[in-house]
Design a protein around this ligand. Structure first.
Ligand SMILES: [Zn+2]
Length: 80
């Protein structure tokens, strides 16, 4: 089943339960790159962490856990 994109409003809202505050994303085949800086005492501090997904990315409602992947493009455009 494919859901229509909402026409008005700026908030992504789960069409199943009405949740509009919590969502989670599951990514396949993720490559995580972590940059470290070595300190003068030999310890390391994480400077930056990037992850890139090579596979499918799915979006789910954080409340009812329904699949909201049809909203994913809009979701990813609104991450700042
Ligand atoms: Zn929901």
């Amino acid at each position: 089943m494919r859901l229509d994109q909402p026409k008005v409003g700026n908030l992504l809202k789960c069409p199943y339960c009405g949740n509009e505050s919590e969502f989670f994303e599951i990514s396949d085949d993720v490559i995580t790159t972590t940059h470290y800086i070595q300190n003068k005492d030999g310890s390391f501090t994480i400077e930056n962490k990037n992850s890139q997904s090579l596979g499918d990315v799915k979006l789910f409602c954080g409340n009812c856990e329904e699949d909201l992947t049809s909203f994913h493009q809009r979701f990813s455009e609104m991450i700042f």
